[in-house]
Design a protein around this ligand. Sequence first.
Ligand SMILES: Cc1cc2nc3c(=O)[nH]c(=O)nc-3n(C[C@H](O)[C@H](O)[C@H](O)COP(=O)(O)OP(=O)(O)OC[C@H]3O[C@@H](n4cnc5c(N)ncnc54)[C@H](O)[C@@H]3O)c2cc1C
Length: 457
Amino acid sequence: MIDPRRITPLNNCRDENGPVLYWMSRDQRVRHNWALLFARKKAEQLRQPLMVVFTLAPSFLNAPLRHYDFMLKGLQEVETKLRKLNIPFFLLQGEPESELSRFAIEMKAGVIVTDYSPLKISRKWKNTIGTQLSIPLFEVDTHNIVPCRMASGKQEYAARTFRPKITALLSDFLTCFPELEPLASTTGNSPVDWESIAYNLEVDHRVAPVKWLNPGEEAAANCLETFLEKRLATYAGQRNDPNSGALSNLSPYLHFGQISAQHIALQALKSSAPEENRSAFLEELIVRRELSENYCRYNEQYDSAEGFPSWAKESLLKHASDHREYCYTTEEFENALTHERVWNAAQLELVKTGKIHGYMRMYWAKKILEWSESPEQAFKTAIYLNDRYALDGRDPNGYTGVAWSIGGVHDRPWFERPVYGKIRYMNASGCARKFDVSRYIARFEGKEDFLTTKNTK
Ligand SMILES: Cc1cc2nc3c(=O)[nH]c(=O)nc-3n(C[C@H](O)[C@H](O)[C@H](O)COP(=O)(O)OP(=O)(O)OC[C@H]3O[C@@H](n4cnc5c(N)ncnc54)[C@H](O)[C@@H]3O)c2cc1C
């Protein structure tokens, strides 16, 4: 039922008598979650209670209110759904390593199961917990369709080298999910006080929640349904037009694990949309997304310009002292104060909606390279802005997308030109050839903050 290749023991401890804890971290959902299914199965086999626990870190890579709000509302729904299945949910506040260890000892836990992330902060947490405790810690990759470590054992050069590997494994892993069976009885633990948690958050309140996208598993399922019914059929032809609204908008849900990529892929395959649209969408959802996971897993420098391939580093270095016609500070970029209205519109889209259209995201990052004092500074600026405002930020896709745009990761050398060196170039006339630029600008320019709510604290 659960492919054992999804499961990695993170220490050598043997199962102990005591409750099975599912430490929910990246995959914040009840349905279609292999880690939760595995924990449920373990509890049944060991005849032990099952508990789901989430550790709310006081800060996570500088995430502001917008991200915490989206996540907490999703977790509130997780708690409600679990209660209907008689599965208790606990929310611990504090540093994950110490809080989870303390809780596991207090509950006399026998096994801990968690989900998978290639990011360094998550690996560090798991490493500490796996060595601190003398009970087994299992990691289940329920974020990827093909478990990241199975898809490839090394950093892949490009989509063309990764595609055949992942495609060969899809028939093994792209399978249907079993239902999560309820527990026979409830432990009656006290509910989480969500209001007080939200009120006491010590995070940056200047980046407000967005109104246009509701958080949570149900909202994610509705978003998928609408996309499959109304927009997938135009995806291949219109996905590079930011005015078309052809994209799925699923990335914030995927980032917080409020929906499963495997479930999305299965539903997309069942859709009656023409084949070219289904395969264009699945290429992004499976090949490109899981290639980003591969990059972050196998490249320790994924969060800096050090991670770029050698040809790109050499070429950018050769052009380090090239004259920059425009050079902006991070603040100028952040406040959309460049000379170019289309770039400013993309930045405003990011600030106001928490997302930039996929085509504009490439353009946005490439211009940050062109108008920054160095590629290293450009990388830092793009990551800072993406992580601060994008609801899907702080994700392997973000690090890889910026590294692709600025540092040639998964790309090839192009014709050499000033500042960019051999990094692929994009310009505003390319945008004008693809879509109605004035319309895009008009949607996001202007002072009114029409898509965000005000800070209420
Ligand atoms: C500079 C830059 C920064 C980016 N930052 C992020 C980020 O922080 N978080 C993020 O999830 N994506 C990021 N991407 C990738 C991509 O732009 C977004 O995934 C996509 O725009 C999300 O919108 P959607 O869900 O409506 O996309 P759709 O086109 O509907 O795609 C569906 C899903 O496929 C995956 N996908 C689509 N395009 C890509 C891609 N190029 N690479 C990897 N996976 C892809 C995503 O999971 C996406 O949700 C970035 C790309 C670039 C060039």
